[in-house]
Write a protein that binds this ligand. Structure first.
Ligand SMILES: [Zn+2]
Length: 131
Protein backbone atom coordinates (compact mmCIF):
# COMPACT_ATOMS: atom_id res chain seq x y z
CA UNK A 1 0.00 0.00 0.00
CA UNK A 2 1.21 3.48 -0.86
CA UNK A 3 2.18 5.80 1.97
CA UNK A 4 1.42 8.88 -0.11
CA UNK A 5 -1.40 11.25 0.73
CA UNK A 6 -4.01 12.14 -1.89
CA UNK A 7 -2.59 15.67 -2.04
CA UNK A 8 0.91 14.37 -2.75
CA UNK A 9 -0.39 12.05 -5.48
CA UNK A 10 -2.39 14.88 -7.08
CA UNK A 11 0.70 17.10 -7.04
CA UNK A 12 2.87 14.47 -8.71
CA UNK A 13 0.16 13.67 -11.25
CA UNK A 14 -0.19 17.35 -12.12
CA UNK A 15 3.55 17.59 -12.61
CA UNK A 16 3.60 14.51 -14.86
CA UNK A 17 0.74 15.83 -16.99
CA UNK A 18 2.59 19.14 -17.42
CA UNK A 19 5.76 17.27 -18.42
CA UNK A 20 3.72 15.11 -20.80
CA UNK A 21 2.42 18.24 -22.54
CA UNK A 22 5.99 19.50 -22.92
CA UNK A 23 7.09 16.17 -24.36
CA UNK A 24 4.31 16.14 -26.96
CA UNK A 25 5.38 19.63 -28.10
CA UNK A 26 9.05 18.58 -28.11
CA UNK A 27 8.37 15.43 -30.15
CA UNK A 28 6.34 17.38 -32.70
CA UNK A 29 9.08 20.04 -32.97
CA UNK A 30 11.82 17.45 -33.36
CA UNK A 31 9.89 15.53 -36.00
CA UNK A 32 9.21 18.71 -37.94
CA UNK A 33 12.86 19.67 -37.59
CA UNK A 34 14.12 16.27 -38.72
CA UNK A 35 11.83 16.40 -41.74
CA UNK A 36 13.33 19.74 -42.67
CA UNK A 37 16.82 18.34 -42.14
CA UNK A 38 16.24 15.26 -44.24
CA UNK A 39 14.71 17.16 -47.15
CA UNK A 40 17.62 19.58 -47.02
CA UNK A 41 20.08 16.68 -46.92
CA UNK A 42 18.34 15.03 -49.84
CA UNK A 43 18.56 18.26 -51.78
CA UNK A 44 22.25 18.63 -50.99
CA UNK A 45 22.85 15.04 -52.00
CA UNK A 46 21.21 15.61 -55.34
CA UNK A 47 23.38 18.66 -55.87
CA UNK A 48 26.66 17.10 -54.80
CA UNK A 49 26.16 13.44 -55.56
CA UNK A 50 26.12 13.03 -51.78
CA UNK A 51 27.18 10.90 -48.88
CA UNK A 52 24.28 8.71 -47.81
CA UNK A 53 26.08 7.47 -44.69
CA UNK A 54 26.04 11.00 -43.29
CA UNK A 55 22.35 11.38 -44.10
CA UNK A 56 21.62 8.11 -42.29
CA UNK A 57 23.62 9.32 -39.30
CA UNK A 58 21.63 12.55 -39.08
CA UNK A 59 18.33 10.70 -39.46
CA UNK A 60 19.18 8.15 -36.76
CA UNK A 61 20.34 10.86 -34.34
CA UNK A 62 17.07 12.73 -34.72
CA UNK A 63 15.13 9.53 -34.19
CA UNK A 64 17.14 8.72 -31.06
CA UNK A 65 16.26 12.13 -29.60
CA UNK A 66 12.58 11.55 -30.30
CA UNK A 67 12.75 7.98 -28.98
CA UNK A 68 13.90 9.20 -25.55
CA UNK A 69 10.96 11.59 -25.40
CA UNK A 70 8.54 8.88 -26.47
CA UNK A 71 9.95 6.55 -23.81
CA UNK A 72 9.58 9.22 -21.13
CA UNK A 73 6.00 9.82 -22.26
CA UNK A 74 5.28 6.09 -21.96
CA UNK A 75 6.74 6.07 -18.44
CA UNK A 76 4.45 8.95 -17.51
CA UNK A 77 1.42 7.15 -18.96
CA UNK A 78 2.35 4.02 -17.02
CA UNK A 79 2.76 6.01 -13.79
CA UNK A 80 -0.64 7.68 -14.27
CA UNK A 81 -2.09 4.23 -14.91
CA UNK A 82 -0.62 3.11 -11.58
CA UNK A 83 -2.24 6.10 -9.85
CA UNK A 84 -5.60 5.02 -11.28
CA UNK A 85 -5.11 1.42 -10.17
CA UNK A 86 -3.86 2.62 -6.76
CA UNK A 87 -0.52 0.88 -7.20
CA UNK A 88 1.39 4.16 -7.57
CA UNK A 89 4.23 4.81 -5.13
CA UNK A 90 4.85 1.16 -4.33
CA UNK A 91 8.17 -0.41 -5.26
CA UNK A 92 7.77 -2.90 -8.13
CA UNK A 93 10.40 -5.18 -6.57
CA UNK A 94 9.69 -5.30 -2.84
CA UNK A 95 6.24 -3.66 -2.62
CA UNK A 96 7.38 -1.16 0.00
CA UNK A 97 6.31 2.49 -0.40
CA UNK A 98 8.75 4.64 -2.39
CA UNK A 99 9.84 7.73 -0.45
CA UNK A 100 7.97 10.89 -1.44
CA UNK A 101 11.29 12.75 -1.85
CA UNK A 102 12.33 10.21 -4.48
CA UNK A 103 9.02 10.52 -6.33
CA UNK A 104 9.29 14.29 -6.17
CA UNK A 105 12.64 14.04 -7.96
CA UNK A 106 11.44 11.30 -10.30
CA UNK A 107 7.63 10.92 -10.39
CA UNK A 108 7.81 7.93 -12.74
CA UNK A 109 10.10 5.89 -10.45
CA UNK A 110 8.97 2.28 -10.11
CA UNK A 111 11.52 1.12 -7.52
CA UNK A 112 12.63 2.24 -4.07
CA UNK A 113 16.17 3.65 -3.81
CA UNK A 114 17.60 0.35 -2.56
CA UNK A 115 16.09 -1.75 -5.35
CA UNK A 116 16.92 0.86 -8.00
CA UNK A 117 20.58 0.83 -6.92
CA UNK A 118 20.65 -2.96 -6.97
CA UNK A 119 18.95 -3.02 -10.39
CA UNK A 120 21.48 -0.55 -11.81
CA UNK A 121 24.35 -2.57 -10.34
CA UNK A 122 23.04 -5.81 -11.85
CA UNK A 123 22.22 -4.33 -15.23
CA UNK A 124 25.31 -2.13 -15.35
CA UNK A 125 27.56 -5.18 -15.14
CA UNK A 126 25.69 -6.87 -17.96
CA UNK A 127 24.46 -10.46 -18.27
CA UNK A 128 26.42 -13.45 -16.98
CA UNK A 129 27.96 -11.66 -14.03
CA UNK A 130 25.84 -13.16 -11.27
CA UNK A 131 27.20 -15.37 -8.46
ZN1 LIG B 1 11.98 -1.93 -3.15
Amino acid sequence: MSALTQTQIEMLKERMLTRRGELVTEIKDKLAESREHSSLTTLEQRLEGGDSALADLIASTDMAMVRRDVEEMREIDAAIGRIESRAYGDCAECGEPIAFARLEAEPTATRCVRDQERWEREHGKGPGHSL
